[in-house]
Write a protein that binds this ligand. Structure first.
Ligand SMILES: Cc1cc2nc3c(=O)[nH]c(=O)nc-3n(C[C@H](O)[C@H](O)[C@H](O)COP(=O)(O)OP(=O)(O)OC[C@H]3O[C@@H](n4cnc5c(N)ncnc54)[C@H](O)[C@@H]3O)c2cc1C
Length: 433
């Protein structure tokens, strides 16, 4: 029987290298990222990215023939937990969203020419990309409602639509755009994906949307979320990614592993916040004792440790299921961790912030930024409510309503049945009386 929670020693050594590298080389850069800007950050990143490549850890999510390591989801999950500790770490390891997901789409569905033109330079870090699906005017939670259209015109496609929250859209060299190609088909076969060069006429990046994460207007910053108008964007026929009408199929294949990576990264953030909570509790005194001696704070520490452990095991289990049984088998587990992991992240960061009082609320600590980051986790990649509903639907498939409308566990009914089942025993006991 195999039931093993250990990590291979050789891979554990890689994780140890990553932990030390991220903490000593990447964390310090966080404090300089606004001074450096996107160009400066790229310059600072290059030698670090070289070190990662030398370790054979670059773009580890892809198969070896594409320059990755072909690691399964469990190993990737463990790596992402470390990368999550810093918003800059994924960039250093060639698997920052949305490039990582987009490279998976290209690897999975791209033609040899598309791989040559987009995937290889994306993996080399020479191109940046965006994933352009969500629209301001339709519910992102139900992308079968998408309005953006791609219409055949001779050998070309012409795209018209309005997107927003295309992360990194304002610094991207190309976008993967989801557009309706077959409006009369079944809902999940209506849309297709296209690779669109950012400099194609008609691709108009209107603005980067100021958000809770970056509340002040800025443009062209790494991690911003672009609003984009696609106005008569003419692209060649070979810009179609995968089969016509396969947009949802491709999106699902991209999103499932992506959710595992998100959840593990959130645990990296939560752990860093938790470390701050514990450190603070040991030196801050109030009402005659340190915070660590107040029961509420002890509860926060214990609850956080329990919740992080639960979320970590649930996420690694979902990853293991994907590795051993495939994406379809892991659907419920992935939906489960998506909303549970987001809540754990939020709650742990919230407690750490609270324990730091005014200092926690200030930008002298990374907690307030973590808190803002945590709030988005409940929305992107499908809001909590949609994942909860999906879990409930899948769970309920294993149940059926009792034909007679009487609860299966009703004790008088069960007692009646048990009397028949154990009639002999009952009779013997009664006779003895
Ligand atoms: C930080 C961030 C980065 C993002 N990056 C990208 C990106 O790179 N590319 C991209 O295409 N998109 C991106 N998005 C968009 C994201 O995918 C959408 O915001 C998300 O899918 C939700 O869609 P919506 O915003 O249109 O909300 P809506 O679909 O309008 O939903 C709003 C609310 O309605 C409720 N709701 C909806 N459906 C149900 C239901 N079935 N049951 C109960 N309640 C329901 C929920 O409370 C939900 O939060 C990003 C979003 C954020 C916040």
């Amino acid at each position: 029987m195999a039931w093993d929670f250990s990590t291979e020693p050789e891979f554990e050594r890689k994780l140890e290298w990553m932990r030390a590298f991220v903490r000593t080389q990447v964390w310090p850069l966080e404090t300089l990222s606004s001074e450096l800007g996107w160009d400066g950050l790229q310059r600072a990143a290059r030698p670090l990215q070289e070190q990662v490549k030398q370790q054979g850890l670059w773009a580890a999510h892809l198969d070896p023939e594409l320059g990755g390591q072909g690691y399964g989801q469990v190993k990737l999950g463990l790596m992402h937990e470390i990368l999550g500790s810093s918003p800059l770490a994924p960039l250093m390891f060639g698997n920052a969203a949305p490039d990582s997901g987009n490279s998976e789409i290209l690897a999975m569905s791209g033609t040899p020419e598309q791989k040559e033109r987009y995937l290889h330079p994306l993996l080399a870090g020479d191109l940046k990309s965006a994933f352009s699906m969500t629209e301001p005017d339709t519910a992102g939670s139900d992308p079968t409602m998408l309005k953006t259209r791609a219409v055949r015109d001779g050998d070309d496609w012409v795209i018209n639509g309005h997107k927003w929250y295309s992360s990194n859209g304002s610094i991207a060299d190309f976008m993967i755009v989801m557009a309706v190609t077959d409006p009369d088909a079944r809902p999940h076969q209506r849309a297709s994906m296209f690779v669109v060069d950012a400099d194609t006429p008609g691709v108009n990046v209107v603005r980067d949307v100021a958000t809770m994460e970056h509340p002040y207007d800025s443009f062209g910053r790494y991690g911003n979320h672009a609003e984009i108008l696609y106005e008569d964007v003419r692209i060649p026929g070979d810009a179609l990614l995968g089969a016509q009408g396969a947009g949802f199929l491709i999106a699902q294949q991209r999103l499932y592993p992506g959710r595992i990576h998100h959840c593990m990264r959130w645990l990296g953030v939560a752990r860093r916040a938790f470390d701050m909570l514990c450190e603070r509790s040991l030196y801050r005194e109030s009402h005659g004792k340190t915070l660590s001696q107040h029961q509420t704070i002890q509860n926060w520490i214990a609850d956080s440790e329990a919740e992080m452990t639960a979320a970590r095991l649930m996420t690694l289990h979902a990853a293991w299921k994907m590795d051993t049984e495939g994406v379809a088998a892991a659907r419920k587990d992935i939906a489960l961790i998506k909303f549970y992991g987001a809540k754990v992240l939020h709650d742990v960061v919230d407690r750490a912030l609270q324990a730091h009082g005014a200092l926690g609320y200030s930008t002298d600590l990374p907690l307030e930024a973590m808190y803002r980051f945590a709030r988005a986790a409940r929305i992107y990649d499908g809001p909590d409510e949609v994942h909860r509903a999906s879990v409930a639907r899948q769970v309920l498939r294993g149940y059926e309503a009792p034909a007679d409308g009487v609860p299966t566990e009703r004790i008088p009914t069960r007692r009646e049945a048990a009397r028949l089942q154990f009639a002999d025993v009952l009779q013997a006991v009664t006779a003895n009386d």
